[in-house]
Design a binder for this molecule. Sequence first.
Ligand SMILES: NC(=O)c1ccc[n+]([C@@H]2O[C@H](COP(=O)([O-])OP(=O)(O)OC[C@H]3O[C@@H](n4cnc5c(N)ncnc54)[C@H](O)[C@@H]3O)[C@@H](O)[C@H]2O)c1
Length: 412
Amino acid sequence: MTTVDLPEKTRESTSRIADLTVVGGAGHVGIPLVLSFAAKGLTVNVNDLNTDSLAALKAGRLPFIEYGAEELLTNALRDNRLIFTNKPSDISPSGPVVVTIGTPVDEFLNPERHVVEKCIDQLLPHLNDDQLLVLRSTLYPGTTDWIHEHLSRKNRSLPVAFCPERIVQGYGVEELAQMPQIISGTTPEAAEQAAALFRHIAPEIVTLSPIEAEFAKLFGNAYRYVEFAVTNQFYLIAKSAGLDYQRILQAMKYNYPRARNIPKPGYAAGPCLMKDTMQLTAFARNEFSLGNAAMLVNEGLPLHIVSDLRRRYDLNKMTVGLLGMAFKSEIDDVRASLSYKFKKVLNGFAREVLTTDPFVTVDPDLLPVDEVIARSDILILCTPHRSYKTIDLRGKPVVDVWGLLENANLVG
Ligand SMILES: NC(=O)c1ccc[n+]([C@@H]2O[C@H](COP(=O)([O-])OP(=O)(O)OC[C@H]3O[C@@H](n4cnc5c(N)ncnc54)[C@H](O)[C@@H]3O)[C@@H](O)[C@H]2O)c1
């Protein structure tokens, strides 16, 4: 991440006061949020440390795929609704401040509350006590109340709210306009101010206490992660019995409402699902056994596929091609993508590993898909991008856990 000053042409006069500030406003959660508020006529201070992303936005380009956002960005720039800043000192001195920075777990899968604490401490000297502080990043349970106490200890009385983001990545603009917004505040006034803010963009408001809202967000993601693990485990069980799970799943779901929501098997990854499940596990003193089991199944699926290939083939003498490096279909984000786990593991066994993706722009090792298909002895469909559905794989054997490919020479 670039932390240098914005170039002159990108720097904004801070004399313009925004209606609200979004800290982390050039990130995956920040951008659709910023643009949704701007589309409702609000002026937004887009505050972010990443000057490359700010410069891209200012030039009318999205730094990553966000469907439906391009037009909103063009309109917001035309109407002069965006102010771009990259320092805590440049946040607007009035109006709500919404924090959407990343909230990772560490290498031992423990939450890192100090990331939020540090960000708030840097903002604090530049915030007025009548400004609403809205935490929107996914938080370890208790963090919002802790921030409230933290501010009190510093004799600061800003209203604090927690309003979790629940969009699915890439489709935030569309979903923000359709989904109820969960809001919470450490005081009734903070909750009311947060509700007033989100009424600009959300069709409905649902109110919880801060810790309930923190759990609602984590439970939502952990539930989805467990769901993927269930279907992935069913896939593995069916496979061990020599059966085609996709065929069984299709029959189970056919006109049978109780099975309607069972997801297809696949590589469940990305920056949120596992880390949020691990936050719950940490809170439950490692007694969230379903969450832990889900992690083992989902993270273990690529390992299982590689073991299976090693049993069938002499990988040492083979080139393996990985189709799709983004963590899910139709986006360009490689964060926590299991495709890279495949690459790492296979590098230890295969003669060569080749990679391709039609969307990803940040990986210099990627090759054109035709070249990967031509040079590979065996292929693995890692990401179910739609363009792969009917692609000509030249009869090469392919592993397709997703059940996407048509007319392919399937392995396993
Ligand atoms: N990605 C999603 O679809 C999604 C969905 C729901 C919730 N969330 C949650 O939202 C949060 C953000 O996730 P994301 O995917 O948008 O992350 P991201 O890395 O894409 O965006 C975070 C942004 O914050 C900026 N930033 C970090 N520290 C900063 C600071 N001190 N001051 C100013 N800017 C700062 C970064 O430069 C980056 O642009 C996480 O808690 C995540 O779990 C993400």
